[in-house]
Design a protein around this ligand. Structure first.
Ligand SMILES: Cc1cc2nc3c(=O)[nH]c(=O)nc-3n(C[C@H](O)[C@H](O)[C@H](O)COP(=O)(O)O)c2cc1C
Ligand code: SF4
Length: 653
């Protein structure tokens, strides 16, 4: 056969059709959604970490990177490490960023924001009107004066010209999620009586003047993308519905924007802005497809896409560009893996919100990822092949052990995993059986595929104790023996009608009857209750604390609470399980009364405790060449387990 360039063909081909936005060609249909990384340095300048982070996503094949939302005036930022473009001291670094992304034939778009408005934390944040600031703490917004509005518009004009001069390929105007521009567009927040309030045209005036200002700076054809929420997902109280948004997007098209980036939600429905695992795949596609029918410019949309739902969205022409936020945080090479026909290599975002947005909202942390600890440290945590190949034993195939094995193998070591069960994933494998945790199942499948490719040996059904003779053959031992079920001293816990939550995940036949009581309202208890209620059972949760799942990320709790309510799960917080009878659970109420909750099956979900004793025994025997990681060190979540596995596996040398 004649030698030459191999023609790549695979089922993801439609994702690789180029597309025009204004006069810019994007090489494929995958964009990176704007996400604040908190990687900016003093004065909002781009740091090397920021450049490395975006370069990695460009190298991974992304067609268009929409970078951190960037401020055009210092006084509009929330403080902290947010990007700015109005500061000339940052222009060289911005141009380094642009060049570095262009090297991989990706386009780079800068989203300019007029600020958070009522979503911000200022004592009296700017907004369209003197409405209440978000947060329920009684703060009242400052209604921007006309001079202040004009000042913002002028800053956009200047910053748009700067962006084009620096080499950005496109500008996005940030109006999504109930932020400042949205506050002007929506009557629920805009109560003005001047030319910026009242009628539809008046409420759209700020947006249109911003578009005009940007256009005057960048010229015809240069792509301007407008990002907005097309459904606030609040059914009552004058919030925006999809129907209201159709008029808005038609108006924006007439105003000259070249594409629309549409999503859903506002701060009142924050689980739409950062869609949770409970919401499923491609959560905004149906609404985005309605937007596409209404206009002729390209529609960009994000929200829990997977490789296959992205493909469906493009093949069915429901939208034009799939935008990935957390999907590209979790796996910078998402696009190239599909281009090469290797979807099994795409590391899935598990939609936990734990290490990305939850860290951003915490006072000191920057963007990271539960399943990818290299995020934000693309160079510092680069995996390098060790000078000396070692024999590594990993004991336990939960997320910590799997990640330790994967990274040690990538660093060139010969790795064997010992697992006591006949499956990998540990407790996560149980969680992954639930219909709303499919991404956890996909993560375990991803580990499986990666370990096979890296030729890691897995010895199943092999419980390893400290005196296991084979351990002496290894140079390094990584102990990831996980956690054990916590069994409180409660009378009746061994009754035939009691099922451990982890067992219940794997064997639904153990759950008899239609009336179920879940003892323990931590995350695993809540998830099990929801799963059973969704299957039509009558479910109650008993929790001794005054709140369910206190460690769950608040954004995820919004959806979980909604769904528990929707599926009629009865919640008994501040109730204590006293004993279990053949007919149900004896419970102490907050008033110290005793009641019985009838149940055909009782699920024991009292949590877990670290398997410290076995871990310590191995550590004692192999003091100089062992390391304890994951839940057997401290019970945590998938993110903490993966992180400890990464640290251990990548530092074997
Ligand atoms: C850590 C993080 C930061 C975000 N910051 C912004 C932002 O600054 N501006 C914005 O318009 N959207 C922001 N978003 C929302 C994303 O652009 C995107 O709409 C959301 O993550 C849903 O898409 P996904 O399911 O693909 O992640 C952020 C999301 C995350 C996870
Ligand atoms: S922290 Fe969780 S939600 Fe965020 S990108 Fe990583 S896996 Fe996805």
């Amino acid at each position: 056969m004649k030698k030459g360039v191999r023609k790549l063909v695979n089922r993801y081909k439609s994702l690789f059709e180029p597309i025009m936005i204004g006069n810019m060609e994007v090489k494929n249909r995958i964009a990176m959604a704007p996400m604040t990384t908190m990687t900016a340095g003093l004065g909002g300048t781009v740091t090397q970490e920021g450049i490395d982070y975006y370069t990695e996503r460009a190298r991974g094949g992304t067609g268009m990177i929409v970078m951190d939302t960037t401020f055009t005036m210092e006084k509009m930022t929330y403080g902290g490490n947010y990007y700015r473009i109005d500061n000339p001291e940052g222009w060289i670094a911005l141009s380094d960023l642009v060049d570095s992304v262009h090297r991989y034939d990706a386009r780079i778009c800068i989203p300019l924001t007029p600020g958070p408005g009522r979503n911000g934390g200022a004592v009296s944040p700017d907004s369209a009107s003197e409405v209440e600031a978000f947060g329920g703490d009684g703060r009242i917004c400052h209604a921007m004066t006309i001079e202040e509005i004009k000042e913002v518009i002028e800053s956009f004009r200047q910053c748009a010209a700067t962006a084009k001069m620096i080499g950005f390929d496109a500008i996005q105007i940030h109006a999504h999620g109930g932020y400042l521009l949205d506050q002007f567009m929506s009557p629920v927040w805009n109560k003005r009586t001047d030319q910026y309030g009242g009628s539809f045209e008046n409420r759209m005036r700020f947006a249109v003047e911003l578009i005009d200002a940007v256009r005057s700076a960048v010229g015809e054809g240069y792509p301007i993308i407008y990002r907005l929420s097309i459904n606030h997902e609040v059914p009552e109280g004058g919030f925006r519905s999809l129907a209201d948004s159709i008029d808005i997007i038609k108006y924006l098209e007439k105003a000259g924007v070249n594409a629309l980036d549409v999503d859903l939600g506002c701060y009142e429905t924050m689980d739409y802005i950062f869609p949770t695992t409970y919401m499923g795949d491609a959560v905004m596609l149906r609404d985005a497809a309605e937007a596409k029918k209404a206009v002729s410019i390209p529609i960009i949309n994000c929200g829990n896409y997977t490789p296959d739902t992205a493909l469906e969205a493009i093949e069915s022409s429901m939208i034009d560009i799939v935008s990935l936020g957390r999907g590209l945080v979790a796996d910078p090479f998402f696009t190239n893996k599909l281009r090469l026909g290797k979807p099994e290599d795409v590391r899935p975002c598990i939609r936990c919100n734990e290490y990305c947005i939850n860290r951003i909202y915490s006072p000191v942390k920057s963007l990271s990822c539960a399943v990818n600890p290299q995020v934000g440290h693309e160079k510092r945590y680069e995996l390098v092949v060790a000078k000396e190949k070692k024999r590594v034993a990993v004991i336990g195939a939960g997320p910590a052990g799997l990640e330790a094995a994967r990274t040690a193998a990538e660093c060139g070591h010969e790795v064997t995993i010992y697992e006591k069960n006949d499956y990998i994933g540990g407790q996560a494998a149980g969680a992954g059986t639930q219909p709303f945790k499919t991404q956890i199942k996909n993560l375990i499948n991803w580990f499986d595929a990666q370990l096979k490719k890296a030729r890691v040996t897995i010895k199943y059904n092999q419980e390893v104790r400290h005196d296991f003779p084979e351990l002496a053959d290894y140079d390094e031992i990584i102990v990831a023996v996980g956690a054990n079920t916590f069994t409180p001293p409660i009378l009746g816990l061994n009754n035939a009608n009691v099922v451990d939550v982890l067992e219940a995940h794997f064997n639904h036949d153990l759950i008899k009857g239609d009336t179920i009581v879940v003892c323990g309202g931590g995350l695993s208890g809540c998830d099990m209750a929801l799963e059973l209620a969704m299957a039509g059972k009558h479910v109650s949760i008993i929790e001794m604390l005054d709140t369910l799942a206190p460690n769950l990320v608040p954004i995820n709790m919004i959806t979980l609470q909604k769904m528990l309510k929707e599926h009629h799960v009865e919640v008994y917080t501040k109730h204590v399980v006293k004993s279990i009878s053949d007919t149900g659970v004896i419970v102490e109420t907050p008033n110290k009364d005793t009641i019985e909750l009838k149940a055909n099956t009782v699920i024991a979900a009292f949590g877990t405790k670290p398997n410290t004793s076995e871990a310590k025994a191995i550590r004692t025997d192999y003091m100089l060449n062992s390391r304890i990681i994951g839940d057997c060190q401290q019970v945590g979540n998938i993110g903490s387990a993966v992180r400890s596995g990464f640290y251990a596996g990548s530092s074997v040398m």
